[in-house]
Design a protein around this ligand. Sequence first.
Ligand code: ME8
Length: 551
Amino acid sequence: MTTPTTYITTPIYYVNDRPHIGHCYTTLLGDVTARFHRLMDPTPGSTFFLTGTDEHADKVVTSAAAHNVTPLQWADRNAAEFEKAFAFMNASHDDFIRTTQERHKTKVLEYIRALQKRGDVYLGDYTGWFDASQEEYLTETAAKEANYVSPVTGVPLVKKTEKNYFFKLSAYESRLREHFAKNPEFVQPEARRNEVLGRLNELRDIPISRAITDDPTSQWGIKMPDDPTHRIYVWIDALFNYLSVVDTDARRKYWPASVHFIAKDILWFHAVIWPALLMALRESDPKYGFVQLPKTVYSHAYWVREGRKMSKSLGNFVSIEVLQAYAAKYGLDAVRWYLITQGPQGATDADFSHAKFVEVYNAELANGIGNCASRVSNMIEKYFGGEVPPRGSGDAFRFEAHTPTGTEVFDWSQLARDLSKRANDGLGLMQSAAALQCSVDLIRRVDQFINVTSPFKITKVMETDANAKASLQVILYQCAEAIRIASVLMSPAMPQKMAQLWQAWNCTPAAGASLADLCVFGGKHALQPGQKISKGENLFNRADAAEAPPA
Ligand code: ME8
């Protein structure tokens, strides 16, 4: 029996430009999901996370020429920028693919040969509206709808006719429909799935090559097998990255991909062209029998900035430098938290605004886990010499607080079970933001618990009242243990800050501990009475909303 694996990918990004918030966001989404999965199944190597760069686009040649370097030098320079950006974001990818690497180019040639062998590739004429900024042809209908300018960048479309090799995409319509019908989770969210279904009747065969001419731009790319006058269309070359990286004896176990994270701009390629290519490949040769279709294509919406679409012409992209300035001021994990919890994970665009950043930072981090952990560890230091107090006896993880308005029950065991289930359900749907929300809810409950039980008041009478002391011990134990669980749930988004807390509290999760086990209240990974914890440095200092945004 093979063990289940998780394979998470991001788009591979064009190297003609520098990385910005959009690229960082999708890679962060992959990263947080991968970190969650590594926690859910801690078997080493059970999760594989891939990101990288797409380098054979025509615009790389144009940008390179403008900078007096070769396309490869330009690609090298910018791929390094992406690697640096993702290292800065603390992304935990297992590999970084560049499509100019031999390992990829060799595989792409094998795949194209296989499609040819199957009879799915033919030479023909193609006329269409070319969007040079996206390296993409639009159909007449789509071009007309977009007023003959690029729907993404606004650059005018150009009508072109070329001799190209075509892939028989139209032959796959009914099989694609069947796949969509049988696998409702194949394209998410729902709105995006419906969008694709609504367009499946537009399927035409698609060009998978470009002619090579005297124009140097046309010479950049992987040559078609046995035809030096054509090169493989950059999009086909790019899509194959997901497979080429894991098409080795050691890594084939990762296929099919569990999720391709992308944004809505490149949905059609991933939801329609890619599965059809894979079906064709699988049937071309028994050695590709392992090529099942990816489980899910998850297409998120866009970041916009202060309410406006980000574009080159407006010059308002949230650049990597802006993210670095925020990180310098508030800490990288706060930036990761903001992007992942407030980002456009669903079908609606998300606004990057300083006011919102400060609001979320204060509510969920400085006044949330930060303040909560500091209050609780402060009291434990002050009243119990920095040692985790006893848990109490009996049904210790359920607290009945008697207030003037009635009795409020804090059933921690149940709450932790519910939240951990909710987090798992969210992760099953690739909803890391929803999973993280569970940690916020848990911290809120701890705050309510502190408000209702008023441990500060109890400290005043505990010298003379043994019951009061016992009660305070139980309250603080329960607060601290709930915070520990919240910190585990937050750790995929904020690995450094949570590691800092665990160090101060002596509760770094044991290697190999699973998310489910770590989230059991009072379970085998619980805080142990008598174990030392210290307050440590504040995790997050409050931010002032009136201050100018970092720049
Ligand atoms: O399309 N908000 O590369 P690309 C959120 N090379 N995400 C955004 C965004 C925004 N405003 N802008 C960009 C390509 N993105 C191809 C992909 S894959 C086989 C080939 C993110 O550099 C988002 O993930 O234009 C989007 O899909 C991707 O960057 C496009 O990156």
